[in-house]
Design a protein around this ligand. Structure first.
Ligand SMILES: Cc1cc2nc3c(=O)[nH]c(=O)nc-3n(C[C@H](O)[C@H](O)[C@H](O)COP(=O)(O)OP(=O)(O)OC[C@H]3O[C@@H](n4cnc5c(N)ncnc54)[C@H](O)[C@@H]3O)c2cc1C
Length: 402
């Protein structure tokens, strides 16, 4: 395969670098994997065309389960300064305060998170800024030729190129679109500061399926109050154009119940919009190469499961498979397939894909089954709200006789 000439200085000097593992793609998956493998003393080469990961709207929040995976891999000290913790999330449903979730979540901007992790790479596992011109894989050795002529030889090649197709195609993998333009994510800053917000974080579910909106999540990232909204319009819809032009007006109409907590929805940044398709992969069961993170499957941002998949891949490879694979000679497909057949990986990917599909159907599907499900869920929620109101009323002190 061939790509255009890269202009930046490579960390791998022209010549042949011999490593245990070559990782192509320094997003979250590739960088976390490199850091974790380097901590176990493996020789790793990490290649990406850009020294700095560009600022883009991607994942902006993780929960405690994902933070625990970072910590398990020894990446806690690298990630903690890059995230804003929160513990008290006010959840609104059916136009009312439904519950307070007292759980840990962590807000961040994706570019700075990836760049912060890249900055933590040790000198023995630096980022090589360069483009791959040729890739060849086999049951024993994998070989990358970069456009500056330098060569990386490895026992294992990891493809962590996210949505990038060039390397996957060169190896012979194909992406299957399971649900095209499945969902739309919108990200923007609110003008209100975290100090001015009465609630530390708010999640508000849309009331009307016709809004084609799942929920709005408002949470702090440093000194900003950030908003992520997930739904099922397309980029081309008039709704999306109108929202971009006047988010405040549309949010006031759609979610008036949290306007007061969100500075009346005054918006302080352009609205970033990302459309996401659900995809899987074929042709990945090969000698010498393993594909991880979004390069393997892409799921929907609405249930917030992408980073769990990424970090489960990284954990399973670092904790189990790569040490086992390097222990014995060869890197044939039967070794590699143990990763794709790993019950934890299968369960994590499968649950992420199922929740991506379910989130859309329960929000907007108009068939009788889904209408009945919504009715049942909302009736149960109304009863909970009512029950809480009654128990609060009963708990009030009796009026004094005076
Ligand atoms: C709008 C949006 C919101 C999201 N929100 C959430 C959320 O709230 N919670 C959650 O858990 N997940 C969320 N996700 C999903 C999450 O962001 C992804 O699952 C995760 O970022 C994937 O990481 P990755 O490392 O696999 O891919 P990426 O971060 O895309 O990294 C790919 C890397 O590969 C490099 N690359 C590409 N081609 C080549 C090549 N030919 N050679 C070398 N390098 C190459 C790129 O430069 C990049 O650095 C969201 C996704 C989107 C789009």
């Amino acid at each position: 395969m061939s790509t255009a000439q890269g202009r930046e200085t490579p960390a791998v000097q022209a010549g042949v670098a011999e490593v245990d593992v070559a990782i192509v793609g320094a997003g979250l998956a590739g960088t976390a994997l490199t850091l974790a493998l380097a901590k176990t003393g493996r020789k790793v080469a990490l290649v990406d065309p850009h020294r700095t990961h560009h600022d883009e709207f991607r994942a902006e929040k993780i929960g405690m389960a994902q933070m625990r995976l970072f910590e398990k891999l020894g990446l806690g000290p690298a990630i903690e300064p890059l995230v804003t913790p929160m513990t008290d999330i006010h959840v609104f449903r059916l136009g009312q305060l439904f519950r307070r979730e007292r759980k840990w979540e962590f807000g961040f901007s994706y570019g700075p998170l990836v760049n912060g992790l890249r900055a933590a790479l040790p000198p023995e596992a630096p980022l090589t800024v360069g483009k791959v011109a040729e890739v060849s894989t086999g049951p024993d050795r994998q070989r990358l030729v970069l456009t500056d002529g330098s060569i990386i030889e490895a026992r294992l090649l990891v493809v962590a190129t996210g949505h990038g197709e060039a390397i996957r195609r060169a190896i012979g993998m194909e992406r299957i679109e399971e649900s095209k333009a499945h969902s739309l994510s919108l990200g923007f800053d609110l003008a209100v500061t975290p100090q001015q917000c009465p609630y530390p974080a708010v999640t508000c579910y849309a009331r009307n399926p016709a809004d084609l909106t799942a929920y709005l999540s408002v949470f702090p990232i440093g000194n900003r109050m950030r908003a992520n909204m997930f739904g099922y319009h397309t980029v081309a819809d008039a709704w999306t154009r109108d929202f971009r032009a006047n988010p405040q007006k549309m949010l006031l109409e759609m979610m008036p119940e949290i306007a007061a907590q969100c500075g009346n929805f005054e918006v302080a940044s352009p609205v970033e919009v990302r459309q996401v398709s659900l995809t899987t992969t074929t042709g990945h069961r090969r000698d010498g190469v393993v594909v991880v993170g979004d390069a393997f499957w892409t799921t929907c941002p609405t249930p917030g499961v992408g980073i769990n998949r990424v970090m489960t891949d990284v954990d399973r490879l670092v904790s189990t498979f790569i040490p086992d694979w390097l222990e014995t000679p060869g890197m044939a497909a039967d070794k590699i397939c143990a990763f794709y057949d790993d019950p934890t990986k299968i369960a994590t990917d499968g649950s992420a894909m199922r929740s991506s599909v379910y989130a859309k159907r329960i929000t907007i599907e108009t068939g009788m089954e889904w209408r009945l499900r919504r009715l049942r869920n909302n009736a149960a929620r109304q009863l909970m709200i009512l029950g809480r109101k009654i128990s609060r009323r009963d708990a009030l002190p009796a009026p004094s006789a005076a």
